[in-house]
Design a protein around this ligand. Structure first.
Ligand code: ADP
Ligand code: ZN
Length: 435
């Protein structure tokens, strides 16, 4: 039996969903026309009213919006309501530069928790659950986003925030936390501290973990599931589309349902900017269908994914996307070979000897690029026997060569040596530029 938060919206027939999307899209264009930025942009494209977009396919007549546009329009260029109607603002983490700002009106701030409640209910979460939110609270949307969603669902919410593992364990034990929300890297870090803190899995009541905010592979999910004995669900969101609650895995754990009544989804080829056929990999592009204060039309996320064909067994009609491969700008070109950090992660995290943390260093070595994969190994594996360690290093190299054609140097480290991040992990250090 699958559980729903808003069954009629989540299982809405396709035709009706499309009708709703078109109405939302036209309203978004009308709303966008109230902002200085879009008025100018849309006028150039010959659009002066929502009625000018007659069908969902005419989304393609509208210019894209980029992160730089949001930066250029800072602070108020994309605000579509009078400032006194705004009740909150959030900003992106600034992973790739100056943060961007999104405003929420009272009405907007009511929609978001609904989408977040829908998301976590799709994992089987219910009112009786105790939800410990280990994401950073503040301008970053990861904290408040699922916080209000879980409250709306009726869960007991513990706003723990990120960091302070000792306190996290205490809260988890004292209040019998059943669900947590964190970055995948933080959960692995938490696990590596269990021994030191004298915590056993049996002391905890954990059932589910929602992980997001950073790319991670299927093998990282499996690792967290095995180590913490929980069901791990992938949560995708970005501050430009509110934050968490854009796409979420259901109990089937087979791709993330995008809430298509709130976000119009396109997948484009990042080079040609044309739509890719369904099922092919491309950059996700979203249009807000329900946000009044900061409507965004065709926002280019730079996140790479694909649409899963066919319906999901849970009965939700909203289409699913594959886990995010990374951002277009995460791609590394190593001596001519294109590789995403997530592909390296997928290979190394399949090996049981590998510990909970890793890093990738890319440097110039003469005319060539040199890549070093640094990984922690489990305490039982780390030994003084140079032969054993050499053997493991060679196997890691062979696996990377065989699956993604790169030949890195490999460094093995004791657990706890590589840096830990409370927010989004920084795994890749590309120091080639400027040399
Ligand atoms: P920033 O863009 O500065 O990192 P955000 O806090 O808005 O700021 O982060 C949103 C981004 O985080 C997404 O565009 C995506 O790149 C990444 N992200 C969020 N959730 C996931 C996820 N589940 N898997 C992979 N990447 C994710
Ligand atoms: Zn489903």
């Amino acid at each position: 039996m699958y559980t729903y938060w808003d069954k009629s919206a989540e299982t809405i027939p396709e035709e009706e969903l499309k009708r709703r999307q078109l109405a939302g899209f036209q309203a978004a264009v009308d709303q966008a026309l109230k902002t200085p930025f879009y008025r100018e942009r849309l006028r150039k494209a010959g659009i002066t009213s929502g009625a000018d977009v007659g069908s969902l396919t005419s989304v393609q007549d509208i210019p894209f919006t980029s992160k730089d546009d949001l930066r250029d329009a800072y602070p108020y260029g994309m605000l579509a309501v009078p400032l006194e109607e705004v009740v909150r603002l959030h900003a992106s983490s600034g992973t790739t530069g100056t943060p961007t700002v999104i405003y929420q009106s009272a009405e907007d701030i009511g929609v978001w928790p609904d989408l977040a409640a829908r998301s976590i209910a799709a994992t089987g979460a219910a009112k009786k659950d105790v939800f410990q939110n280990m994401m950073t609270y503040g301008l970053f949307t990861g904290g408040l986003g699922l916080h209000y969603g879980a409250e709306r669902l009726g869960c007991l919410v513990i706003p723990a925030g990120s960091g302070n593992t000792k306190r996290q364990f205490k809260l988890m034990k004292d209040f019998r936390t059943t669900m947590v929300h964190a970055t995948p890297s933080y959960l692995l870090h938490l696990h590596s501290k269990m021994n030191e803190e004298g915590v056993r899995i049996e002391d905890l009541s954990l059932k589910k973990a929602f992980v997001g905010a950073e790319p991670h592979s299927e093998n990282i999910r499996k690792k967290i599931e095995n180590l913490l004995r929980v069901d791990v669900y992938n949560s995708y969101g970005l501050s430009e589309m509110n934050g968490p609650g854009v796409a979420f895995e259901c109990e089937c754990k087979d791709g993330m349902h995008v809430w298509e009544d709130a976000f119009l989804l396109e997948v484009i080829d990042p080079d040609t900017l044309k739509a890719v056929p369904d099922g092919e990999e491309g950059e996700l592009v979203f249009t807000t269908l329900r946000r009044k204060a900061t409507p965004l039309l065709r926002y280019r996320t730079r996140d790479l994914s694909r649409i899963y064909p066919g319906p999901c067994s849970c009965g939700r009609t909203h289409r699913r996307i594959e886990r995010i491969k990374g951002r277009t700008d995460d791609m590394l070109i190593i001596n001519g070979v294109n590789v995403f950090p997530s592909q390296i992660e997928e290979v190394i995290m399949k090996m049981p000897e590998i510990g909970n943390n890793y890093q990738i260093l890319v440097e110039k070595a003469g005319a060539l690029d040199r890549i070093t994969v640094k990984t922690e190994v489990g305490p039982a594996i780390f030994s003084d026997d140079a032969r054993d360690m050499n053997h493991l290093r060679e196997r890691i190299k062979d696996n990377l060569k065989a699956s993604i054609s790169i030949s890195p140097a490999v460094e093995l480290h004791e657990p706890g040596v590589l840096p830990v991040y409370e927010g989004k992990a920084k795994r890749v250090f590309d120091v080639r530029a400027g040399e």
